[in-house]
Design a protein around this ligand. Structure first.
Ligand SMILES: Nc1nc2c(ncn2[C@@H]2O[C@H](COP(=O)(O)OP(=O)(O)OP(=O)(O)O)[C@@H](O)[C@H]2O)c(=O)[nH]1
Ligand SMILES: [Mg+2]
Length: 656
């Protein structure tokens, strides 16, 4: 007999039951199929009821009871009993939902045997789609990396690597097996999964990045976007007062952040004073009440952006309860933007990683929600693992998987970096507040066509290097970086860590500022604060060049005080103003930073010296001397290489 597992899409149900849930919330449900069922393909007349708590929230463990299906049950009695009990309690609170209406488009043939247990943090619809697209069993496992489901696949596909064949050549893996019934045992008594090297290998799979990324469902914008009310706390007194900026400027930036997101619109803004920004509800009682009334009367509002660095899970929960809509902080909004702008594999993984601390802080909330349902499922069958543990473990595994994938990408980057150092190409990091003109400057300095500046916050999410020529014709690599933002926990976001690491390893930093921006002083302060926290080598900080960009937008002339002329340069990256001077200063500083000399050497015309110089230095010009026996060669070379050369050809070469 062939067995059929059912793949369900719960989305329509969730939508109808709980319209305020974001579209993607349901995908985070951890579902448990107690028992797979038989049934003819495409028809599920005998399909059982599925009971879902109407208060179902992201992360809830849902049980599907297929008890009404006339199939052999191979799960142990205890699990079945528990599931029935849970089902009963859930039923008391909620409506039953027949999944016959949604099952047809998602069913999946031959995936598993009856009684096999599946745990997933993904919707069943995705399982089906992935499975079908990949057309195989072993590959399918990768889709659920980090979820207990992955281990179901893993354990029932115990094939040594050398014995592995493409799934198409292994029809057996698609057939139901008795092994499947032992999945729970295969998980191991402690529920941990040993990550073996074959698991590692599969991280190379091109699609994996996308899958790890797509699994991050918390921050996906609902269909139709969000209508947001932006709430900007304004601390007017005390130690927390921001001296370099104003409430209005902070509010303007918060609005710009929301407007960066496609389909998010700002419907209203509130600049609200607070003396107690560190207190649980951020605002005093009276102001909080005023805010609540305002939000509640604005029926069109679908989300609140409370512009603070990061809310705790508890704060967020209480505010969402008071206001009845999702509440985002700066961290989550920036992650949303990153998510929207990420293009490369590395950027995507970095964002997936950045989301994990956010998800971790919300586990308690999920558990509390589960408790609210009194009898909501807290344990999973067999292991006695609590829901909290399960969620933690899944996140941990996912974190490990993403980190491994990132390490692999980083290794590649390190190799490139090594290549650069071997060739002794100096590296200049261009850093600055977001939208200050970093990419525009690099494009102007290098003529690189592939990079595109955009009038957008966080347009650049990848650290990239581009070669440009300095006045001496020496090549330098300019590194474009991810911009900074005030009040953001940069350390939680891996994209910044990559940026900061590159900055740390560079020879010189150019700090580019948008001096036409009304908040430019505060922006500068924020960038320097992040850099100072990096514990950069002192010479990097001392040598830093400040490029005052967008001077074309300033009214009237702006000049740099004489004493700062060596470190501060006015430029317009867009119009090319001041770039020659910038190149000169970059070169001067690089000579110092990289211990490089620029000099002219007189060498014999006949001899190996010239070829040696071509090999070990940047040769800028060669002239024949009047006696026609020597050459004067203009070179740039590292001090060590220079000393070596002079030593090797002692008496034959002369520095002019
Ligand atoms: N008027 C003027 N606009 C500039 C200048 N430099 C950059 N811009 C504009 O500023 C906007 C942002 O430029 P980008 O180069 O993308 O800025 P960025 O610092 O790389 O921004 P992120 O990567 O988003 O952090 C673009 O619209 C540029 O055209 C300038 O010198 N003058
Ligand atoms: Mg950029």
């Amino acid at each position: 007999m062939k067995f059929h597992s059912l793949a369900l899409s719960l989305e329509p149900f969730f939508r109808s039951q709980c319209p305020s849930l974001m579209m993607t919330d349901w995908t985070r449900c951890c579902c448990k199929v107690i028992q797979s069922v038989t049934g003819s393909t495409g028809q599920h007349q005998n399909a059982p009821n599925v009971c879902i708590p109407s208060l179902a929230r992201p992360g809830h463990l849902l049980h599907f009871d297929f008890a009404q299906a006339s199939v052999p049950v191979k799960v142990n009695d205890e699990t079945v009993m528990r599931s029935k009990e849970n089902l009963w309690r859930v039923r008391n609170q909620t409506t039953d939902c027949r999944f016959t209406s949604v099952a047809r488009r998602c069913h999946l043939d031959n995936m598993t045997s009856a009684g096999q247990k599946l745990y997933a943090t993904l919707p069943f619809e995705r399982i089906a789609t992935n499975f079908k697209q990949r057309g195989g069993y072993l590959n399918c496992r990768q889709s659920f990396l980090g979820s207990p489901l992955s281990r179901c696949f893993h354990s029932s596909s115990r094939v040594s690597r050398k014995d592995r064949k493409h799934p198409k050549d292994r029809p057996d893996v698609l057939e139901s097996t008795e092994e499947g019934t032992d999945v729970a045992n295969d998980l191991g008594s402690d529920g941990t999964y040993s990550e073996d090297e074959e698991y590692d290998n599969e991280l190379d799979d091109e699609n994996l990045t996308d899958e790890l990324y797509e699994e991050q469902v918390t921050l996906v914008t609902p269909e139709g976007g969000h209508k947001v009310i932006v709430v900007q706390p304004n601390v007017k007194w005390g130690a927390k007062k921001q001296h370099l900026t104003t409430g209005e400027l902070m509010l303007a930036e918060s609005v710009a952040l929301v407007e960066t997101l496609p389909y998010w619109t700002v419907v209203d803004t509130v600049l609200m004073s607070t003396k107690t920004p560190d207190k649980k509800m951020i605002f005093g009682k009276g102001n909080f009440q005023t805010l609540t009334e305002k939000i509640q009367t604005m029926k069109e509002v679908t989300a609140v952006f409370l512009s603070v660095e990061a809310l705790t899970g508890r704060q967020q929960k209480e505010m969402e309860e008071a206001w009845g809509v999702p509440v985002f902080d700066r961290y989550t909004v920036v992650l949303q933007i990153f998510k929207d702008h990420a293009r490369t594999k590395e950027a995507k993984l970095q964002i997936a990683l950045a989301e994990i601390p956010y998800l971790k802080t919300r586990i308690s909330e999920e558990v509390a929600n589960l408790d609210q349902q009194r009898g909501g499922v807290r344990t999973r069958g067999g292991g006695g693992e609590t829901f909290r543990e399960l969620r933690r473990r899944v996140l941990r595994q996912k974190e490990t998987a993403i980190k491994k994938a990132l390490v692999r990408l980083k290794k590649k980057r390190d190799l490139l970096r090594l290549g650069r150092t071997r060739k002794e190409i100096p590296v200049v990091s261009v850093v600055g507040y977001t939208n200050s003109g970093k990419t525009t400057l690099i494009k102007a300095l290098t003529g690189e066509e592939r990079i595109q500046p955009q009038d957008q916050l966080f347009a650049t999410l990848d650290v990239t290097a581009h070669a440009g020529q300095l006045p001496s014709k020496m090549t330098a690599l300019y590194v474009d970086t991810v911009g900074f933002l005030s009040q953001l926990p940069h350390h939680l976001i891996a994209s910044f860590n990559a940026t900061l690491e590159d900055v740390r390893l560079s020879d010189l930093i150019v700090h580019i500022r948008d001096v036409s921006h009304p908040d430019t002083v505060n922006q500068k302060h924020n960038v320097l604060e992040v850099l100072n926290n990096l514990q950069l080598p002192q010479h990097l900080l001392d040598n830093m060049i400040e490029a005052n960009n967008k001077i074309d937008l300033l009214d009237g002339e702006s000049s740099v005080p004489e004493e700062d002329e060596d470190t501060v340069i006015n430029i317009s990256a867009l119009q090319g103003t001041g770039l020659d001077r910038l190149r000169e200063v970059v070169e001067e500083k690089l000579f110092v930073a990289t211990d490089t000399v620029m000099t002219t050497l007189r060498i014999p015309m006949a001899g190996p010296q010239l070829s040696q110089l071509y090999k070990n230095a940047t040769v800028q010009g060669v002239q024949v001397t009047e006696d026609a026996e020597h050459l004067d060669v203009d070179v740039i070379m590292g001090k060590a290489a220079f000393a070596k050369f002079m030593h090797a050809f002692k008496g034959k070469v002369r520095q002019l």
